[in-house]
Design a protein around this ligand. Structure first.
Ligand code: HEC
Length: 177
């Protein structure tokens, strides 16, 4: 009994080594050739068009405003974080757009406005938030102008896009109707 147990444990421990030994070794490479996989075309992934990223940013811009107006600072911080995330996706996936250096333009045009708005949200300062939101919006439009998209004009929203999201602060559980 004990012996067979030891045998089973030993075999179990050896199994990965055995599997390793059976793995065929890579064929030796000629000295001047690169590994094969750097030559192969990378798999084609679907990258959404810039306007799709922008429409997501537009939605978050709307939500950000109503979160801030309602004094829901954690939600405002969250929405601004989402805007940053989509913008860094744009920088990574669409760094150049119609031969314009979009990633660099994004850094130049909007990073400061985002940082200022973050400070207003941290400070839970409604006036500073409204002013910072308008400056962020102006930065959106500055880039649209700089990319010959001056006909795309962003402004303060007058109403929430969604009626099924409650923007009020929910520090304590409250009735939903
Ligand atoms: C670094 C440049 C840049 C910044 C910053 C920028 N955009 Fe854009 N945006 C563009 C470009 C370029 C287009 C045109 C995309 C196209 O032609 O496919 C665009 C298009 C759009 C569109 C039109 C999409 C549509 O289908 O109607 C919206 C909406 C938009 N942006 C919203 C925003 C908002 C909101 C912000 C700020 C929070 C912002 N953008 C900041 C470059 C920028």
């Amino acid at each position: 009994m004990l012996r067979s147990l030891i045998a089973a444990v030993t075999l179990g421990a050896l199994a990965p080594l055995v599997a390793l030994a059976q793995t065929p070794a890579a064929p030796p490479m000629p000295a001047d050739s690169k590994p094969a996989d750097t030559k192969a075309a990378p798999p084609r992934a679907y990258i959404p068009g810039l306007e799709q990223f922008m429409n997501v940013i537009l939605t978050e811009h709307n939500k950000l405003w109503f979160a801030g107006r309602a004094g829901n600072w954690p939600l405002a911080a969250y929405e601004l974080g989402e805007i940053k995330e989509v913008m860094s996706d744009v920088q990574e996936l669409v760094p150049v757009f119609k031969s314009l250096p979009l990633a660099d333009m994004m850094d130049a045009v909007i990073v400061k406005e985002i940082a200022d708005l973050e400070k207003a949200i941290d400070a839970k300062d409604a006036r500073q938030f409204a002013a910072g939101f308008d400056r962020l919006t102006a930065a959106c439009n500055a880039c649209h102008q700089g990319t010959e998209n001056g006909f795309i004009v962003i402004k303060r929203p007058t109403r929430s896009l969604f009626t099924n999201q409650d923007y009020r602060p929910h520090d304590r559980p409250r009735r939903t109707r």
